[in-house]
Write a protein that binds this ligand. Structure first.
Ligand code: URP
Ligand code: ZN
Ligand code: ZN
Ligand code: ZN
Length: 466
């Protein structure tokens, strides 16, 4: 039996803040007790971590990553090895990545492929969602098997015709199946058919720069798709989780549905909270660094996203980490913005950026933990093992220094990508020490983890309550 003791910190969960010591035994939280109490004073351990003046929080759960994703004629530049290591540096101890069904292929093949990519490579625990890119009778049957073996959520795309796109009939069928088997449908909500018309018109008019990526992917087309997805989910009687929400008009659709008590949920990502579409217009093709879908929006959308995070109209902040190097990857779209691989790096910085939001008074400390740890764990069937600090939970623990200052930069980050969308951004707060199932994987600025420590997590169905 190995024991670690984390002494003297402010323990923050989504539910409470207490000055407590945390006893870790064999990879799990064994007990918490008030700092200085007779109980806590009686504990002994092989290792004691002094958390005086620090926060002690659950490891982050990032429910939206794309490691080694073939996309846009290339593949995202972080592997499971480099991506999970960068996640650990940033205080994230669980990722849920997206396995992909090939068109004409089986879900099983896609899942096997992703298991092979991840097996033995991960520094932290991991699970999979499944991207459905070919909904047919066989796919629908396979969904049941996947749910029963712990891959309990399925992403569908209303965007990317010819690649991942599903039509409304396919979406409705998948939602009906999910309603029956307990799976959760995750939706990329953008009207891709209409967007492709606008792309073609923009290119024909010589508008080829990255900024037109943002202009053709209109906020109204995100809102329309969000509305349609909600309507289809209502017809099917299934819950719905809308990924990477960026437009205030889409937030309004989610809020309207939730006001009707519909089981409709949404996530946004740090890039939509901290960056705006101005970035897409940066000169010298630099705008390509900010190309992702849904796109970055004009700054006025950010207030609606922050408000929705406070009012629970959005429940989760994930990264949608999908990095492509500027050199050789983003550059594929020089002269044609539609060929720029879509996606931004971010898995390392989510906990810090949300802590910065705490510092700025946008969200409370408990809301930080709810959005980054507890809610994604419940939403994707990982609670109560993940997302909280309580007896019996996995000892995925972050000692966070709320006063340290850092400057985000590609020169110092650990993601395998040659630029940072947050280059030069100052953050108050920093991850100091990270435990994954009781093992110290980051020790005051030294990475002590290893590829292969991370385990695959079969998941329960959605545990989130309205
Ligand atoms: O631009 C993005 N978001 N790339 C990743 C794929 C997706 O749609 O989530
Ligand atoms: Zn998407
Ligand atoms: Zn994504
Ligand atoms: Zn780097």
């Amino acid at each position: 039996m190995t024991r670690t003791l984390i002494r003297g910190g402010l323990v923050i969960t989504a539910a409470e803040e207490t000055s407590a010591d945390v006893l870790v035994e064999d990879g799990r939280i064994a007990a918490l007790a008030a700092h200085g109490s007779a109980c806590a004073e009686s504990w002994t351990a092989e290792r004691t971590i002094d958390a005086t003046g620090k926060y002690v929080v659950p490891g982050g759960v990032d429910a939206h990553t794309h490691f080694d994703l073939p996309f846009g004629g290339t593949a995202s530049s972080d592997t499971f090895a480099t991506g999970t290591r960068a996640a650990a540096w940033g205080g994230t101890t669980t990722v849920v990545d997206f396995a992909v069904q090939q068109r004409g292929g089986a879900l099983r093949e896609g899942l096997d492929t992703w298991h092979a990519k991840a097996e033995g490579q991960c520094a932290i625990d991991y699970a999979f969602h499944m991207i459905l890119s070919d909904v047919n009778e066989a796919t629908l049957k396979e969904m049941d098997h996947l749910v029963s073996e712990g891959c309990t959520s399925f992403k569908l795309f209303m965007a990317y015709p010819g690649v991942f796109y599903s039509d409304d009939g396919q979406i409705l069928r998948a939602m009906q199946r999910a309603a029956a088997n307990g799976g959760l449908i995750m939706m990329h909500a953008e009207n891709g058919i209409a967007i492709d018309v606008l792309v073609e018109q923009a290119l024909a008019a010589g508008r080829t720069d990255p900024r037109y990526h943002g202009e053709v992917r209109r906020a109204l087309l995100e809102a329309e798709a969000t509305h349609r997805a909600i309507a289809l989910a209502r017809v099917a009687g299934s819950p719905l989780y809308v990924v990477h929400v960026s437009a205030q008009e889409a937030v309004a659709e989610l809020a309207r549905a939730r006001a009707m008590d519909l089981p409709v949920f949404g996530e946004t990502c740090p890039q939509y909270l901290f960056l705006s579409s101005d970035r897409l217009a940066e000169p010298g093709f630099e705008g390509a660094k900010y190309v992702c879908s849904t796109p970055l929006r004009p700054e006025e959308h950010q207030a609606a996203l922050w408000r929705a995070l406070r009012t629970d109209d959005l429940q989760v902040v994930s990264t949608d980490h999908c990095p492509f190097c500027f050199s050789g990857q983003k550059e594929l779209g020089r002269g044609d913005f539609s060929k720029i691989p879509n996606g931004l790096p971010g898995v390392e910085h989510r906990m810090d950026l949300l802590h910065q939001a705490v510092v700025e008074g946008r969200i409370t400390r408990r809301r930080w933990i709810e959005l980054a740890c507890a809610a994604p764990a419940r939403m994707f069937g990982l609670a109560p093992r993940k997302g909280t600090l309580a007896p019996g939970a996995d000892a995925d623990v972050v000692v966070y220094d709320p006063h340290a200052r850092q400057t985000l930069s590609a020169a110092t980050h650990h993601m395998n990508v040659d630029y940072s969308v947050y280059e030069g951004k100052q953050i108050t707060g920093r991850v100091e020490t990270v435990l994954s199932r009781g093992e110290v994987v980051l020790d005051r600025g030294t990475f002590t983890g290893r590829a292969g420590h991370g385990r695959y997590l079969p998941r329960a169905t959605c545990q989130y309550v309205m």
